[in-house]
Design a protein around this ligand. Structure first.
Ligand code: 4AD
Ligand code: MG
Length: 479
């Protein structure tokens, strides 16, 4: 007999079918005559109810059927009389594959706090919540590839170990094989990176963009989807030290084409979730409502599915940074000094509290901000005619703040070189990057979507450490 998955049985099983399922016990209840075992195998949020006739069952085996145990069950499907599903399984033979001592197994059928589950992240995927998040994450990964593939974009693997700092923020993890206690030194007493593994100082990448640009200037439209690493000491609910980023890069796109693509992309992903993950979204929605039920009405977020549909149904608001600063300067929280960081005119770097004010209070819609001051953005962004601003675009989402950061790229060699000098970006070491501007240069654009920020939005979770299986953050590299 071949193994059936729970999801297949619940969706397509027929009464009378003989089947075998493997999975983990979620709960067991019942009495001397009959037991009900809720079985889950990760294929769906829903459990298969296994009914066991205790008069025929082996008592010693049934004793080992406890929460968390791995079991194989064979039997006949029958119409369910009230388990909330149409089908249940008459368990005629049960084999315990792996026991889970109830005295020691940390996951019991009760509500565990997210903090506790973070400490046992090696087991938390066995809960309903983290099962849902895992399936949703997979669906979103799949949808990313489907979207770009359907548009003829080429997926490019960009390096994880690199010698350059794409964002110029200096927040990199060093990669070295030098002896930390006794590194080779130059005559000046500095660490001699020439003697390191790669013959130069290297680090983990903060972004695949620069190599993505090289590919776009050959293949037209490309995207990367890889892990990125940032050594910023931001202990927030929206930052990870290791996160996944999707970075499309397109030759011949200007900033408007770039915004159009990003908006279409985000809506595609959200629609994909609504079309394909409804069971999990319904569960996540209930969780969110449960969590917020003690909050005052005004502080509660919109119901999850309604929120996703709302984003699909509305155009994102597009405005310039300068217009946003005006709105923020004249806003109530700014005048009443309620912002932690006051908004002080052109040049103010927007904080998450400002982004969220614009999106959640002022426009009540996703917002795309463009034309930021050159001084607060990376060196590669296309300068505007005003000489002050660059063709940057950040997409801000409710509950999240910045979800996408992107720009049109500076394609003019002279302007780019002058800018690198001004910002202290090493031109000689990045000669390979400048070659795209030396040979066959053209207008091009791209953006980066933080995958876990997207996951926060679609799942309704509020801490980014709960939407990646094994989070990396300052002082946290367990598992
Ligand atoms: O705005 P960022 O830094 O842009 C770039 O890296 C560009 N190279 C992208 C490009 O144009 N190709 O990062 C892009 C996105 C942010 O909008 C945010 O969603 C996410 O990456 N992000 C993080 N997500 C989780 N943890 C962090 N520490 C993040 N830093 C950025
Ligand atoms: Mg950014």
């Amino acid at each position: 007999m071949t193994r059936s998955k729970v999801v297949e049985l619940l969706n397509n099983g027929n009464a009378g079918d003989s089947v075998t399922v493997y999975g983990w016990v979620r709960t067991k209840r019942g009495n001397k005559q009959i037991n009900f075992v809720a079985l889950n195998d990760g294929s769906t949020i829903n459990n298969l109810q296994v009914v066991v006739d205790m008069e025929k069952a082996d008592e010693a085996v049934m004793k080992k059927v406890t929460t968390g145990a791995a079991v194989a069950v064979s039997g006949t499907l029958t119409e369910s009389q009230g388990s909330g599903q149409n089908i249940e399984l008459n368990g005629e033979s049960i084999e315990v594959l792996g026991e889970a001592n109830p005295e020691k197994y940390p996951l019991q059928p009760k509500r565990h706090s997210l903090e506790f589950l973070r400490e046992i992240a090696h087991l938390r995927m066995r809960t309903n919540l983290f099962g849902s998040i895992s399936r949703l994450r997979h669906a979103m990964i799949f949808a990313v590839h489907e979207f770009f593939n359907s548009k003829g974009f080429i997926n490019v693997h960009t390096p994880i170990i690199t010698a350059s700092d794409a964002e110029g923020a200096g927040e990199m993890f060093r990669v070295t094989t030098l002896d930390a206690k006794n590194p080779p030194l130059t005559e000046e007493g500095e660490i001699d990176w020439k003697q390191d593994f790669f013959g130069k100082a290297t680090n983990l990448t903060v972004s695949g963009q620069l190599e993505g640009e090289l590919a776009a200037m050959a293949m037209g439209e490309i995207y990367t989807f890889g892990p990125t690493f940032r050594a910023e000491n931001s202990n927030t609910t929206r930052h990870l030290s290791e996160f996944w980023m999707i970075e499309p890069e397109m030759a011949f796109y200007d900033i408007v084409d770039n915004m159009d693509l990003a908006e279409e992309f985000l809506k595609y992903l959200i629609k994909y979730a609504l079309d394909n993950c409804m069971d999990d979204l319904k569960f996540l929605s209930q969780r969110l409502q449960q969590e917020e039920k003690n909050k005052p009405q005004a502080e509660r977020s919109m119901e999850l599915i309604e929120k996703l549909e709302f984003v699909l149904a509305n155009d994102f608001v597009r405005l310039t940074y300068t217009e946003a600063i005006n709105i923020l300067e004249n806003s109530k929280p700014n005048k009443k000094k309620k912002f932690q960081y006051p908004v002080e005119g052109f040049g103010t770097d927007l904080q998450s509290e400002h982004e969220r004010y614009l999106v959640e209070k002022h426009f009540k819609k996703p917002v795309i901000l463009t034309d930021y001051p050159a001084s607060i953005k990376a060196f590669y962004m296309k300068e505007n005619e005003d000489g002050k601003t660059v063709r940057a675009m950040d997409i801000l989402f409710p509950g999240i703040g910045e979800i996408v950061g992107g720009s049109q790229r500076e394609e003019n060699l002279d302007v780019l070189e002058a800018k690198m000098d001004k910002m202290g970006v090493p031109k000689e070491e990045m000669s390979w990057y400048l070659d795209t501007r030396r040979f066959g240069s053209a207008v091009h654009s791209g953006f980066g979507l933080g995958f876990e920020r997207l996951m926060l939005f679609v799942s309704g979770m509020t801490n980014i450490r709960d939407v990646i299986p094994f989070p990396r953050a300052p002082k946290q590299a367990e598992f």
